[in-house]
Design a protein around this ligand. Structure first.
Ligand SMILES: Nc1ncnc2c1ncn2[C@@H]1O[C@H](COP(=O)(O)OP(=O)(O)O)[C@@H](O)[C@H]1O
Ligand SMILES: CC(=O)N[C@@H](CCC(=O)OP(=O)(O)O)C(=O)O
Length: 261
């Protein structure tokens, strides 16, 4: 059996809370062996854009990214958020290296074609350079990946962080037994949105479709789960969705929601 690799995604609501973020990073630092952190930061991008008087428009959970917004997300994801996470991990003894999809050519995308909506500089992922990421991990570095990719025409493209984590995990399953864990600010996928303790311990495709049809699963959880099921269908060993405080317990299947086909 191949070696385990942990691909952990942390969402913007946790990153935006310094105490919650530092608790999460301490747990992340405890994970032994090869690991990758993929981060979001959507909430912070929205706040900084507002300070610059740039309006945020989201359609189906995706940010409309015109040139001024691309500049904001480049600065926020590739700079502010990524480098602060790297600095904090270094202080915890983790040799983290901050990367966008453009660095080392690790994740290439194509600008999303305009159908009814023009998303602007938003990328749909075309290729992940798993060999390159494997080589970085082989140097005992811990990649911290920002949700930006590059196109063959030289653009940086804004790319959903949940999707970045899923496709990165899939590419790495050629080399490792990949565990993909989505960490956010709730205890898992909930069967009652008003009850934070109503965690669904295991969610398969049938129960997902049921909860989606009743509206219990909605908004940002839908694309997150679509990414989770895509990852399982493409060969990832295990996918969990859990609270950022419960990362270690979720690795041991003692907290959060296990996603199964
Ligand atoms: N059934 C559900 N259980 C938990 N969260 C849900 C559910 N349905 C919708 N959500 C929403 O999904 C959000 C998570 O998606 P998103 O905001 O995209 O996450 P992230 O912070 O990781 O980017 C939660 O903040 C929650 O409001
Ligand atoms: C295209 C697109 O929508 N990109 C996302 C990337 C950040 C992200 O995914 O952040 P969270 O994980 O914190 O939501 C955005 O700009 O909001």
């Amino acid at each position: 059996m191949s070696q385990p690799l942990y691909v952990i995604k942390i969402g913007g609501n946790v990153i935006d809370n310094p105490e919650a973020c530092s608790r999460f990073l301490r747990s992340f630092a405890h994970i032994k062996g090869p690991k990758i952190l993929v981060h979001g930061g959507g909430k912070i991008a929205t706040q900084i854009a507002a300070r610059l008087q740039i309006e945020t428009r989201m359609v189906e959970g995706r940010r409309i990214t015109d040139k001024p917004m691309l500049d904001v997300v480049t600065m926020v994801y590739g700079g502010l958020v990524n480098k602060n996470l790297v600095a904090q991990l270094q202080a915890l003894g983790c040799n983290a290296i901050g990367l966008t999809g453009a660095d080392g050519g690790i994740i290439r995308s194509v600008r999303r074609p305009v159908k009814t909506i023009d998303y602007g500089f938003v990328g749909d992922i075309e290729a992940v350079n798993g060999e390159q990421i494997h080589a970085i991990l082989g140097s005992s570095l811990i990649p911290v990946i920002a949700p930006l990719t590059y196109s063959t025409s030289g653009d940086l493209l804004n790319t959903n962080a949940d999707t970045m984590a899923s496709v990165t995990g899939v590419a790495m399953s050629e080399f490792y037994e990949v565990n993909l864990i989505y960490c956010f600010e709730k205890k898992g996928v909930l069967s009652d949105p008003d009850d934070d303790t109503a965690v669904i311990a295991a969610l398969n495709l049938d129960s997902y479709h049921f909860y989606k049809s009743t509206g219990v699963i909605n908004k940002g959880m839908i694309p997150k789960l679509d990414n989770a099921f895509d990852a399982l269908q493409a060969g990832i060993s295990k996918v969990m969705i859990c609270h950022a405080d419960d990362l270690i317990e979720a690795i041991d299947s003692e907290a959060g929601t296990a996603i199964t086909l």
